[in-house]
Design a protein around this ligand. Structure first.
Ligand SMILES: *Cc1c(COP(=O)(O)O)cnc(C)c1O
Length: 383
């Protein structure tokens, strides 16, 4: 694993493990919770003392993610939410965080209550409007600017270069939730972000069988030190087995993401002007309001997520969803299997998401089967 390896090679060989005693090409799972000392009281392996902060399997996966994102350091957590909330907890009472109005729903809900409880000033900007971010960030001294791009579930694209310039101009740091863009399509750190966040539950693992979160830092600064201490003390760590699964999932991430992007583009184009459909929302379509920024900022594809709005409102959308036979009706995204979700219903009261909208996570199946499934669902659904 050298710096000059291309991304595909880095991933296929993730960790490039070789056990010199057995010849094994896959790392073992190391479940030990504690690490012994020799007769002199010295640790066998440097500073490896106790598994809450020193899991071998977790470190192997972190090293690959850190390199993939051009970061200085990566920390994995027990979930995306554990990672995101830990970073926000590095703020101090009186600090200010600026976040998008439309963002991952659970994180938004947590931010509102946490910032209120802990005396942190929270302000929201409209992610569809560059001016809005500008004026909200400039309105008061700010420590952290949160960006999610593309943003759930209407896939607004925020220009990371501009967001990082704005954050740094006022002495704030920028964190980018790059879950939907994956570590392959956008490199936030190369565009000036200070931190990158991923729900590794999604594309990084890719098989809908691990809940995990990742934070990658551009540099190991004071906030990152606080973050590392928080994880070690609060203990929101990933288990050795889940870390091992994550590393295994990463070996095929480039293939999975490439196919998902390709399928999503074909799906979006096929249904863009289709009867009963009022709008297909996908950053890869030229009709998307932020297509230009997406084309500049996302390389190799526009992601596997899209939303479709149907004529006939909530009842029609629900009827179509009920008639799909291949798409599983489930929340989450980024797995090899395609999923569909009535987002407004899942988010519940107070959601800004239109109720005629279905969110699709496009997997790696044969695209013909996916297109046929939605076509038959539209044609047989109640108008
Ligand atoms: C899933 C998700 C999260 C939360 O991650 P978990 O692993 O579910 O805790 C945050 N942001 C985005 C964009 C997500 O899709």
């Amino acid at each position: 694993m050298t710096k000059q390896d291309s991304v595909e090679t880095l991933l296929a060989r993730a960790g490039h493990y070789l056990d010199k005693t057995t010849g094994a090409v896959v790392p073992p799972i190391q479940p030990s919770t504690t690490f012994a000392r020799d007769e002199q009281g010295d640790l066998y392996d440097g500073n490896r003392i106790y598994a809450r902060d020193h899991s071998l399997n977790t470190e192997l996966a972190e090293a690959v993610l850190s390199q993939l994102e051009s970061g200085a350091s990566c920390k994995l957590f027990a979930s995306g939410m554990a990672a995101a909330t830990a970073l926000v907890q590095t703020l101090r009472p009186g600090d200010r965080i600026v976040a998008p109005q439309a963002m991952y729903w659970s994180l938004r809900a947590w931010l509102i209550s946490f910032c209120d409880d802990w005396g942190i000033d929270l302000a929201f900007y409209n992610p569809g409007n560059q001016e809005s971010m500008h004026s909200v960030v400039k309105a008061a001294p700010t420590q952290l600017l949160w960006v999610e791009t593309p943003a759930n579930p209407t896939w607004e694209i925020v220009d990371i270069n501009r967001a990082s310039a704005l954050a740094h101009e006022v002495g704030a740091q920028l964190i980018v939730d790059s879950t939907v863009s994956t570590p392959l399509l956008t490199k936030p750190i190369e565009r000036g972000a200070d931190f990158v966040f991923h729900s590794a539950t999604k594309y990084i693992n890719g098989h809908s069988d691990v809940v995990a979160g990742a934070l990658i830092a551009a540099r190991e600064d004071a906030r990152w030190e606080r973050l590392c201490k928080l994880r070690a003390q609060q203990g929101g760590i990933l288990s050795p087995f889940d870390s091992w699964l994550l590393l295994r999932g990463m070996r095929t991430m480039h293939l999975r993401v490439e196919r998902s992007c390709d399928n999503a583009m074909k799906f979006a184009q096929h249904f863009e002007n289709y009867p009963s459909i009022s709008e297909v929302i996908y950053p890869g379509l030229t009709s998307h309001p932020h297509h230009q920024i997406a084309a500049e900022q996302m390389t190799g594809g526009f992601g596997g997520m899209l939303s479709i709005r149907f004529e006939g409102g909530k009842a029609r959308a629900a009827s179509i969803m009920g008639r799909l036979t291949g798409f599983l009706r489930a929340t989450s995204l980024g797995g090899v299997e395609s999923l569909v979700e009535h987002r407004a219903v899942v988010e519940g009261e107070g959601t800004p998401v239109p109720d005629d909208l279905l969110r699709f996570s496009i997997g790696v199946e044969n695209i013909k089967d996916l297109i046929e499934d939605l076509e038959q669902a539209i044609n047989t659904s109640q108008k």
